[in-house]
Write a protein that binds this ligand. Structure first.
Ligand SMILES: [Zn+2]
Length: 261
């Protein structure tokens, strides 16, 4: 996975952004380690939940024509979303992280058990039953268990169903359990922060662009979210050569104004 960023150490020194574009890789830990041309080394910590990263991964794969990978990432995003919702519901009931982990590890390898856990916790928290979309398992099983390579349209249909499920439950959580959701995000940030080597400079990024829990409002459907993400991605990556030239001009100007002794 990739994130577009700039060096925060340069910004601290200059009092304004250096404008040097940095495209950094990140993986499971959602940490990107960067080094700018001035030699500042730092870590960028994403605050995105795993399902948000997987949704963005699906969007990238779909844009690039990898439909099987896109469907597979969508399917994983769907599963990890229920894990996130379970975390939020357990916060509401003051369940400690350790106790939840102890229980979760018994269901972690079977997504059907996790979805069952979600349904009963939803019932407990909201006092009403949540009806899952029945079309999702049929479509995802074909890809995941039968290696079926879907067309872009089939991925969009699966994406739409999964996106609607995630959007409606996350809107419900944001309206009713905002503080619990914030606590889950803080726990994620804290756990990632502990994985950065001591003394290394660090900055937190809001993370994914395709879907973001911390955004005021996400797009109403998968196709709109995909179109908007595609446009943002093209603008961002398209700006890289210009930002490189601009950042060199800024550095030159800064040096002329205050040459090093
Ligand atoms: Zn720097």
């Amino acid at each position: 996975m990739k994130i577009f960023t700039m060096c925060m150490e340069c910004q601290k020194e200059l009092g304004h952004p250096s404008f040097e574009p940095i495209i950094a890789d990140y993986y499971e830990e959602a940490l990107a380690f960067i080094e700018c041309t001035k030699g500042h080394k730092s870590a960028i910590l994403l605050q995105s939940q795993k399902f948000e990263v997987l949704l963005e991964s699906a969007a990238n794969a779909l844009i690039e024509g990898y439909t099987l990978e896109a469907a597979s990432s969508l399917s994983s995003a769907y599963e990890r979303f229920f894990e996130f919702a379970i975390n939020v519901f357990c916060k509401k009931h003051d369940i400690s992280k350790e106790t939840l982990e102890e229980t979760y590890k018994q269901v972690s390898k079977q997504s059907e058990r996790q979805i069952g856990g979600f349904l009963f916790l939803h019932l407990l928290v909201f006092g009403n039953s949540y009806t899952l979309n029945k079309q999702i398992p049929e479509r995802r099983n074909r890809v995941i268990h039968q290696g079926y390579i879907p067309t872009p349209d089939e991925v969009i249909k699966l994406g739409e169903l999964i996106y609607q499920e995630i959007l409606s439950i996350s809107n419900l959580i944001k309206s009713n359990l905002a503080s619990e959701m914030q606590q889950v995000i803080s726990d994620t940030v804290q756990a990632r922060n502990e994985k950065i080597p001591a003394n290394m400079c660090r900055a937190t990024s809001s993370g994914t662009m395709f879907f973001s829990l911390v955004r005021e409002e996400n797009k109403g459907n998968f196709q709109e979210a995909l179109a908007s993400y595609k446009e943002a991605r093209e603008k961002l990556f398209g700006s890289v050569p210009y930002l490189r030239i601009f950042s060199k001009a800024v550095a030159l100007y800064t040096n002329l104004r205050s040459p090093k002794q």
